[in-house]
Design a protein around this ligand. Structure first.
Ligand SMILES: C=C(O[C@@H]1C=C(C(=O)O)C=C[C@H]1O)C(=O)O
Ligand SMILES: NC(=O)CC[C@H](N)C(=O)O
Length: 748
């Protein structure tokens, strides 16, 4: 007899790939529903009476140590369940360590920690390994257990390795229905020991329940919400089905084939040289980028600015600023409500942007969703959300040379017609494109504060200590460089120096996600290679994330074959990338449910100055789920800050990084891009970028300075060499620094 509609309780020890485990569980246990609780959400007393509604428990992985009450929460009480409360439990990683510790085993640190690395696991071919062949399993652990002989637990799987000797990989309890694995069955690169082992666990669990006469009590709707949350989550705040767009919201568009006209020229036509005006350009300046989006802003175009922690959002239009109370809503709901009122449906589906918000979202905007409190108490001086609503735009298809001139303003045909005419004339005119100001390099009175090598290396060493202790598996450590340029120098020319600096950056480091966003008080210039998230328009939105992890410098002799060997052939680089792939799968599964795939794993891609290792993860709502027309921005909200800029597991890593890095990251390592009125979106990771905040209330005086900030960093894993990480950070920094005419020495 099999248990029908089994209900599984999954205990989450804080965001260590929990949703991946939930998805694996649904693949392995037919018809099951998975309820997720945090390990500190309930006391064992309040959970105990409700255990009868469940068939089994999965105890997930997590940062920290099973002997630390704060890290392990309720888990250690589960192993003490008795009599009628007893039920089958399967532990993963921290879960195994806790089971072993509570059953007479001992805990130790690995000599050489294993994060995102694959080992072949030897096993008994019995029990949870019955009928299982070779197991190649991904490991994420710093701690390990020893199993005493003759005790209550027995070893079912192990690894014998030179660096660590004998490491326990799977155990079972002799008298109780408890099994556990040290490796991660839910990792995308685990082969043989994932579904296969959970299927066996489920069959053993059912066998035990039959023999013990235990039955799952039929669900009682009155306890819904009292024992965790059903996954896939039903996001109540979302409108699943959008109302049809207002018939007044129409896109007016004309296309014209003008391959000779580049984005730079179009921007100049639209007034980019006027520094005091706002301007937005998302520039596909290199392959694989294709479309460039240029906003033609009106003085009254709505700019939305918001600082984390504020109860209202600032709405800036022309010289007027008003504020709107958020009330019970958060900024995301405010933006979504605004976008619903602007929804357009009549555009050409092959053009990704018809109009909508363009701008940036800071790194710190992602902290509240992660429930990480900021340690920085100073009131924010600059917005975490800085977006402008673009009504008139030009989208350039760089593949075909076609320009799409578009407006979502009512009765705006004459503007569209005029721009088509003007651009056609411009394309055919003899007039040469303007030459950017050559003198952008620094004067002797400019100051450049580069990261201090000693301090950076000390930070890496502290990060490594957190990796060795089991608190994180990977940490993206970063540092900031400050450049201060006297205004009288930057005002030498009458035109926008930030635009000229952008052109310089684009020339020296053309990138698929280049951008020039002048959204006063902040200007962001970017040559980012990394797409964070794109989502196609509903219905059936497909979300795609493209994390980059693994970087080497381009140089003579570094051919594609050499780069592939150094990146895709390196266990260190692959591990670094894999950890973020697993993290992003977890983020995506949290919103879309089951349907997440890795369509490219560790592909080597070529950029102007570097080779990078890039993976592609895609997610789509389950076809049987209610149509969710707002999937994209929900994924965006849930996945910030980008996993490639934090490390894994995300929450704990972000907490550690706040203490390691003494400053807020602000614009750097957040995202920039657009949220289109048709419901699609495309956001890039804000790296290889620089930004400045201007004080526009005063005219630049002779003595005031223009302050640029450049962030750069890299993922630190236990395999990282501190000196090499310093060089990698400098390499990334240099890609932007050279647009200021500075070449930092690689070692100093
Ligand atoms: C931190 C940066 O880059 C991130 C780290 C990378 C790495 O560790 O290889 C690669 C791309 C980015 O996700 C940066 O450019 O400043
Ligand atoms: N993946 C995990 O559960 C890790 C467990 C523990 N924090 C360790 O590093 O060993």
């Amino acid at each position: 007899m099999t248990i029908e509609n089994p209900r599984i309780l999954l205990v989450d020890s804080y965001d260590s790939f929990t949703h991946n485990l939930a998805a694996l569980c649904r693949r392995s246990i037919p018809g099951c529903s998975v309820h997720i609780i945090k390990n500190d959400e309930l006391s064992i007393e309040s959970l105990r009476p409700n255990l009868r509604y469940f068939s089994a428990i999965l105890v997930g992985p997590g940062p920290g140590s099973p002997d630390n009450a704060e890290d392990i929460g309720i888990v250690r009480d589960l192993w003490k369940l008795q009599d009628d409360d007893l039920l089958p439990i399967f532990g993963v990683c921290l879960g195994l360590q806790s089971l072993a510790l509570e059953s007479g085993g001992t805990l130790g640190r690995l000599k050489v920690v294993k994060h995102g690395q694959i080992s072949q696991v030897q096993h008994t071919s019995s029990d949870i390994f019955q009928g299982v062949g070779e197991v190649h399993a991904v490991r994420y652990h710093s701690l390990h257990v020893t199993v005493p002989t003759g005790g209550s637990i027995e070893e079912l799987g192990w690894v014998d390795e030179e660096e660590n000797g004998h490491v326990v990989m799977a155990i079972k309890h002799h008298r109780r229905p408890f099994w556990a694995v040290q490796y991660h069955p839910e990792s995308v690169r685990t082969e043989g020991g994932g579904c296969e082992v959970l299927v066996n666990f489920w069959s053993l669990a059912q066998g035990w329940s039959r023999a013990a006469g235990r039955r799952q009590t039929p669900w009682n709707p009155s306890i819904a919400g009292k024992v965790g949350t059903l996954w896939p989550y039903n996001h109540p705040q979302r409108t699943n089905k959008l109302t049809a767009p207002s018939s007044k919201n129409l896109l007016i568009s004309r296309s014209v084939h003008l391959p000779q006209l580049k984005s730079t020229r179009i921007c100049e036509y639209l007034g980019v040289l006027e520094e005091r005006s706002k301007f937005v350009l998302l520039d596909s300046a290199a392959s694989p980028g294709r479309f460039s989006v240029i906003g033609s802003l009106l003085p009254t175009s709505l700019q939305v600015a918001y600082c984390v922690g504020d109860s209202c959002v600032s709405l800036i239009s022309g010289n007027h600023t008003t504020s709107d109370e958020l009330g019970a809503h958060d900024i995301w709901q405010w933006l979504a409500t605004y976008m619903r009122s602007k929804r357009v449906a009549n555009g050409n589906p092959s053009i990704p942007f018809w109009g909508g918000f363009v701008g940036y979202l800071s790194y710190e905007l992602g902290l509240p969703t992660l429930e990480v409190a900021s340690i920085h108490t100073k009131k924010k001086a600059h917005p975490d959300v800085n977006l402008v609503f673009v009504e008139r735009s030009i989208v350039l298809d760089t593949d075909t040379g076609t320009l799409h001139i578009q407006s979502i303003l009512p009765n705006d045909e004459s503007w569209v017609d005029k721009v088509v005419q003007d651009l056609t004339d411009l394309a055919h005119s003899e007039e040469q494109s303007r030459k950017p100001t050559a003198v952008l390099s620094l004067s002797p009175i400019s100051t450049v504060i580069l990261p201090d090598r000693k301090r950076y290396i000390a930070k890496i060493d502290r990060a490594k200590e957190c990796l060795f202790s089991g608190d994180s598996y990977e940490l993206c450590v970063t540092a900031q460089t400050k450049i201060s340029i006297p205004h009288h120098q930057t005002k030498q020319s009458t035109t926008s120096t930030s635009w000229d600096r952008y052109l310089q950056l684009k020339k020296l480091n053309p990138a698929p996600h280049s951008a020039y966003l002048r959204l006063h008080p902040t200007t962001l210039i970017s040559s980012s290679p990394e797409r964070f998230l794109s989502y196609s328009r509903p219905p059936n939105s497909v979300c795609q994330l493209r994390p980059i992890k693994g970087t080497i410098r381009k140089a003579d002799g570094i051919t594609r074959a050499v780069a592939e060997k150094a990146l895709a052939g390196s266990p260190k680089e692959v591990a670094e990338n894999l950890m973020i792939v697993d993290l992003i799968r977890h983020d995506l599964h949290g919103i879309v449910g089951d349907n997440v795939t890795v369509s490219q794993f560790c592909g080597v891609e070529e950029y102007e100055t570097v080779w990078q290792l890039v993976s592609v993860i895609e997610g789509q709502a389950d076809p049987s789920a209610p149509v969710d027309e707002e999937l994209g921005w929900n994924v965006l909200k849930a996945s910030l800050p980008p996993g490639s800029m934090t490390g894994a597991p995300k929450k704990r890593s972000v907490e550690i990084l706040q203490h390691l890095e003494d400053k807020e990251r602000e614009v750097y390592s957040g995202v920039f891009g657009y949220w289109d009125v048709g419901g699609g979106g495309d956001w890039s990771v804000t790296i290889r970028s620089c930004f400045k905040h201007d004080d526009l209330s005063t005219k630049p005086s002779f003595n005031s300075n223009e302050e640029w900030t450049i962030g750069a960093g890299g993922a630190i894993t236990a395999l990282s060499d501190s000196e090499a990480e310093w060089d990698e950070m400098i390499l990334k920094l240099s890609s932007v620094l050279k647009s200021f005419g500075i070449t930092p020495p690689t070692s100093y």
